[in-house]
Design a protein around this ligand. Structure first.
Ligand code: PGA
Length: 244
């Protein structure tokens, strides 16, 4: 275990290019890669860059499978705040991934049973090939809010006030952010063969340092990346990383 490999990049453009190279390398080596793809602001330029490479025929995404990372509970399917809707617009449509190659989180019925079935499907097919993740201001990965331990499975979670506040920036102050969600658990994220964590902006400085250099534990779920056994690649801009 060698620990995360860090790429400190100049700005958002370089973040998109470096992360697109890492993701492209994974897909080129394994055209049927199983990938969990985060929403959030940080990876949007990455997905646009990958879409451009697909259009240029330098990237073949026709065989990949996309797993849903997280979703709010209690929304109608066509609600503008749906993270699945965001993923459809930013990942599935631009990369031309059809519904049958998407694995969705359970949002209805017996959620505990649905989460168990989701994890069983993951377990049955082996580790994910790639996890594309952002970093929450509180150190969350997906909606694995603190405290989340490394073995946690897919489950229903209550969102912290900090995450609700951060997510309200996506939808506007009056839209409201649901307080409950479903998230893929830490276990399957941490066991991915490759993890690409994207971090941008001065607002993430303290938390990215804590996650990568601080003590490892459930209070900063992303700190478990220090112990992940796969290939962990952190692409962080200078504003977030600072000097040194
Ligand atoms: P962001 O979200 O990319 O919009 O900063 C990251 C996260 O909360 O996981």
């Amino acid at each position: 275990m060698s620990g995360p490999n860090r790429h400190v990049v100049r700005d958002a453009d370089e973040l998109d290019l470096v992360s697109a190279d890492l993701v492209g390398e994974t897909i080129n080596a394994n055209p049927t890669a199983r990938i969990v793809a985060a929403t959030g602001r940080t990876p949007m330029g990455l997905y646009a860059t990958l879409a451009g490479r697909r259009r240029d025929d330098t990237l073949d995404t026709s065989g990949i499978t996309i797993y849903q990372l997280d979703e709010y509970l209690g929304l109608e399917p066509d609600d503008g705040r749906s993270l699945f809707g965001w993923m459809r617009r930013s990942v599935l449509e631009p990369l031309d991934v059809p519904e049958e190659r998407v694995r969705r989180l359970p949002l209805e019925g017996d959620l505990d049973a649905g989460c168990t079935a989701f994890d069983a499907e993951l377990d049955g097919r082996g580790p994910l090939d790639l996890a594309i993740l952002g970093l929450g201001l509180n150190g969350h990965l997906g909606f694995n809010e603190p405290p989340s331990d490394a073995a946690s499975g897919t489950r229903v979670v209550q969102l912290s006030p900090m995450t609700i506040q951060a997510n309200s920036d996506y939808w506007g102050p009056d839209a409201g952010v649901p307080a409950a969600a479903v998230t893929m658990g830490m276990h399957h994220l941490l066991s991915a063969r490759r993890i690409v964590l994207l971090v941008s902006g001065a607002g993430k400085h303290a938390i990215v340092r804590r996650a990568l250099e601080g003590p490892v534990g459930p209070d900063v779920p992303a700190s478990f990346l220090q112990q992940a056994t796969g290939d962990v690649q952190v692409v962080v801009d200078r504003a977030a990383w600072g000097e040194g």
